[in-house]
Write a protein that binds this ligand. Structure first.
Ligand SMILES: Nc1ncnc2c1ncn2[C@@H]1O[C@H](COP(=O)(O)OP(=O)(O)O)[C@@H](O)[C@H]1O
Ligand SMILES: [Mg+2]
Length: 394
């Protein structure tokens, strides 16, 4: 029997990786997810003593908890977009570099996607230009800057976050820090800046214009391509001035994206949407099924019926998760862990039914089941009316 991999290898799941400094980012670039564990035959597994089985199961749980990330059509699409933007922007004059905003509801995989793409971009740079990554230059060449915004971020905090990421002093006025940040970005050869969760940019009355101006300032002066993600960016004051810039409450937002004049940033970014998976055409059904297949085929379970999720449960999985990749990933991960725990060794409908997903996904599923039972009741009523009419005429 082949030896089991050591259990105590530290693994950093990309979903958990929230780099705050360039060193965190480098660790993420080098991170390899736990590899598929070797499974001895089922008979050998059943004959294992308690400790040995626990050890293998712990390794399997760790593996399932990371599961694979899927290069979905959306990931592939944005990879092409970002790669092309980077190439088109590389030597473009300041102010002529277009950025990209990826706009979509929560849990569609925006953050994961930008990190997957940026990680691959840097890995390829490391392969193609090893001289830039020699130990003497370690840490001074930083092709990717990844900043995750948190609640109500002001322009100064953005500059501070970049400064911290690049390890430059954070004391002084905003102008001093901005200056240092621009110098550091140039010196580090940064090509790609990612702002994750840009909806957290403070666009309130007080900071609104300053926030817009700051993003415009970076877009103009930093020699980089800027990619941002966020929720409902289309209606955010970042892109559209719906009259006076107000706090991000519903009433303060413009009624339609066309209702306010465009902001400075609107002229410097393209905006593309990332939506949950839908089943409204054959092509889209095939895309959803392909994602399920890629997750299902990586399971390390003894009795799982090959392609049973892909072939039999794809519609159920869509109803359970509302087409969200996060919901799908979570449901399969949780079910795999439970299948190991309970010894069923297969993800079945019963196991999936027993998993409670996020509140939002459960609410959406409750609506689907409610609608289905109402439709079933209406159908039953129609049938019994038909039957009664037939009985009456008989
Ligand atoms: N391409 C993918 N393949 C597999 N799972 C994914 C993928 N993208 C996202 N996920 C799952 O969804 C979770 C949430 O994704 P995230 O990127 O944080 O969504 P968003 O930023 O749109 O809210 C991730 O932690 C991961 O479990
Ligand atoms: Mg996110």
């Amino acid at each position: 029997m082949a030896p089991l991999p050591p259990e105590d290898v530290e693994c950093l799941h990309p979903g958990l990786a929230e780099p705050r400094m360039k060193e965190d980012w480098f660790a993420y670039v080098f991170y390899d997810p736990p590899s598929r564990p070797f499974l001895p035959s089922y008979e050998v597994y059943l004959a294992m003593d308690g400790a040995e089985r626990r050890r293998l199961n712990r390794i399997r749980n760790r593996y399932h908890s990371a599961l694979v990330l899927a290069w979905t059509p959306a990931v592939q699409h944005f990879e092409t977009e970002i790669t092309e933007l980077l190439a088109a922007n590389e030597m473009a004059p300041p102010g002529a570099r277009l950025g990209l905003l990826i706009d979509g509801p929560p849990t569609v995989g925006k953050s994961t996607l930008v990190k997957m793409i940026a990680r691959k971009f840097e890995q390829e740079l490391r392969e193609d230009f090893p001289e830039r990554f020699v130990p003497e230059r370690l840490g001074s060449y930083v092709p990717v800057v990844y900043i995750s915004l948190t609640d109500q971020v002001t322009p100064k905090q953005i500059s501070l976050a970049i400064a911290r990421y690049l390890n430059v002093p954070t004391s002084g006025t905003k102008d001093t820090i901005d200056d240092r940040v621009l110098t550091a970005l140039t010196a580090s050869g940064t090509q790609l800046i990612i702002f994750d969760d840009l909806h957290f940019l403070d666009c309130s009355l007080k900071e609104g214009r300053a926030s817009n101006d700051h993003i415009k300032f970076l877009a103009n002066h930093a020699p980089c391509t800027i990619v941002g993600t966020g929720v409902d960016l289309e209606n955010s004051p970042l892109l559209s001035e719906g009259g006076p810039i107000g706090p991000r409450t519903k009433s303060a937002r413009p009624k339609s994206p066309a209702s306010g004049p465009r902001t400075q940033t609107a002229g410097r970014f393209s905006r593309q949407e990332l939506a949950p998976f839908a089943l409204d055409s054959n092509d889209r059904i095939l895309q959803w099924v392909a994602v399920i297949r890629s997750l299902e085929s990586s399971l390390a379970l003894y009795q799982h019926k090959e392609e049973s999720l892909t072939r039999r449960h794809w519609r159920y999985l869509h109803e359970r998760t509302d087409g969200s990749i996060a919901g799908l990933h979570a449901l399969i991960r949780r079910s795999a862990v439970r299948a190991v725990q309970q010894g069923t060794e297969a993800i079945t409908r019963e196991i999936m039914d027993s998993i409670v997903l996020s509140y939002a996904h459960e609410r959406a599923y409750a609506k689907v089941t409610e609608l289905k039972s109402r439709q079933a009741a209406t159908e039953a009523k129609k049938q019994s009316q038909k039957q009664r009419a037939a009985d009456g005429t008989a």
